[in-house]
Design a protein around this ligand. Structure first.
Ligand SMILES: [Mn+2]
Length: 469
């Protein structure tokens, strides 16, 4: 369907892709429009004609149509949006395209039973408003095949460090995103996977800040008065900075509770690892000074897992407000998980029938940009709940929603927040007070139904010889 909002977006995201042939970006724009209008449907359902469908497969098969070629304009666009303090939330997700299909180039995922590849994403979010800016960088990684014989040939430490490792993904994307522009500050948020000296060094080199969750409690650190001790020991030497009550809502097998949280801080030098990769050796690095923030639940009731976060950060923690800020930033990390959900359940990326990773990679790049759009729309329901839905959703969609939702009498002034709840209700969301906010699955189910109705309405309009605007 022609929706000005979608076509503007598509041209902006894909118009400058360098795909080896100047007709290809135009084709990609058209394909992206069709997909964005109905993200979770299959390619045959998204394309109008057999010819359109063949064009999709031909485009993804072209050698110059790579992951980076499709996504680079979007990455650049995102970086250009960054103003002031900007969160860069990084994480890796596994894309498993199924073990029953023969996919050339796919490698093990999960516990080894899946086939596909790993995708590392850097999602940019405005620190003040939490508005989603987009992806600032991405990288694909193939996990090596597990040898079939029981007698595994053990890698030496040096061989392992020289290999293209999964942990290198963090540094690779940090370098791609690069140094922030004037008056822009990047704060990277990463989970335990990034607790690695090389990651901190990449961040320092790219003049970026960080909040990274500690993984290794046995890691040896140097204190400011030049003592060496493990992180777990250092935690006992840190200064208690304050306490607060955290209201936790009901979770499976856990009643709602008020957790009493204690926060303490300290400052350390991160030491160089004993075994250095060739890259690290070439950098002649020095120990890196940073703060440690320990967030810990005290007097947790029996049988529940007490909350505990240990965070390394380059941000100042002199006042409690500053410490609070660090914790709040880390709490925004779930947004990258929302992005992964949007990519997987929103665009159905894993069910796409393509026969090799050469075609799968550019498809995933395209779907990533579509998923960002979905995530933006969904967060608009939170950040701009009162904005009229008609400014982001075509009117025909709103009319169809009204036709099918019996209690919905007016759509002209329907807000984005209300629109999302109505779509989710179409997907089975009950919307009782205790249900909270709808999840992705119900939203997509509703979205799919609504799209079917819109397509039917478009056909009916065409049938009457009218063109849908
Ligand atoms: Mn992770």
């Amino acid at each position: 369907m022609s929706c000005p909002e979608i076509s503007t977006w598509s041209a902006e995201m894909f118009g400058t892709c360098e795909l080896g042939d100047k007709r290809r970006p135009k084709r990609l724009i058209k394909i992206a429009e069709r997909i964005a209008a109905n993200p979770s449907a299959s390619f045959p359902d998204q394309m109008d004609t057999w010819g359109d469908l063949k064009a999709v497969y031909r485009l993804f098969a072209a050698l110059k149509v790579t992951f980076a070629a499709v996504a680079t304009p979007h990455w650049k666009h995102t970086r250009a949006q960054a103003k002031g303090r900007t969160l860069v939330i990084c994480d890796t997700t596994e894309l498993d395209f199924g073990c029953n299909r023969q996919i050339e180039g796919a490698k093990p995922t999960g516990n080894g039973s899946g086939r596909g590849f790993l995708l590392h994403n850097a999602l940019m979010v405005d620190a003040a408003t939490r508005a989603i800016l987009g992806l600032a960088g991405q990288a694909v990684h193939y996990r090596p095949e597990v040898p079939k014989s029981k007698k595994k040939k053990k890698e030496t430490r040096t061989q392992s460090l020289a290999r293209k490792r999964e942990s290198n993904l963090w540094g690779q994307v940090i370098d791609d995103v690069g140094v922030p522009a004037d008056a822009v500050e990047y704060v990277y948020l990463c989970d335990r996977g990034a607790d690695n000296f090389e990651v901190f060094l990449h961040l320092q080199q790219q003049k970026s800040q960080w909040v990274i969750r500690a993984r290794d409690l046995k890691r040896h650190l140097t204190t400011m008065d030049d003592q060496t001790m493990s992180l777990s020991k250092f935690l006992d030497h840190m200064e208690l900075r304050g306490t607060y009550d955290l209201h936790l809502r009901t979770r499976p097998n856990q009643p709602a509770r008020i957790a009493k949280i204690e926060v303490s801080c300290g400052r350390v030098f991160m030491r160089l690892p004993k075994h250095k990769s060739p890259w690290l050796k070439s950098q002649s690095p020095k120990p890196i000074a940073m703060n440690v923030v320990h967030v810990r639940e005290v007097d947790a009731p029996e049988g529940v897992e007490a909350i505990e976060w240990i965070l390394y950060t380059s941000l100042p923690v002199e006042t409690f407000a500053q410490v609070w800020q660090v914790i709040e930033y880390y709490e925004a990390r779930w947004l990258v998980e929302e992005f992964h959900k949007a990519l997987k359940s929103g665009t159905n990326v894993k069910k796409r029938q393509l026969k090799d990773t050469l075609r799968l990679e550019p498809m995933v790049a395209l779907m990533s940009v579509v998923a960002v759009r979905l995530l933006k729309l969904k967060t608009l329901a939170k950040t701009e709940p009162d904005r009229p839905a008609r400014t982001v959703v075509p009117m025909l969609w709103l009319q169809m929603l009204k036709a099918v939702r019996k209690n919905l009498h007016r759509v002209h002034d329907l807000t984005i927040y209300e629109f999302y709840r109505e779509v989710a209700k179409l997907g089975g969301f009950l919307g009782r007070k205790s249900d909270g906010e709808p999840g992705w699955i119900t939203i997509w189910r509703g979205w799919e139904k609504l799209n079917t109705l819109v397509q039917g309405a478009e056909l009916a309009l065409q049938f009457r010889g009218m063109k849908c605007g």
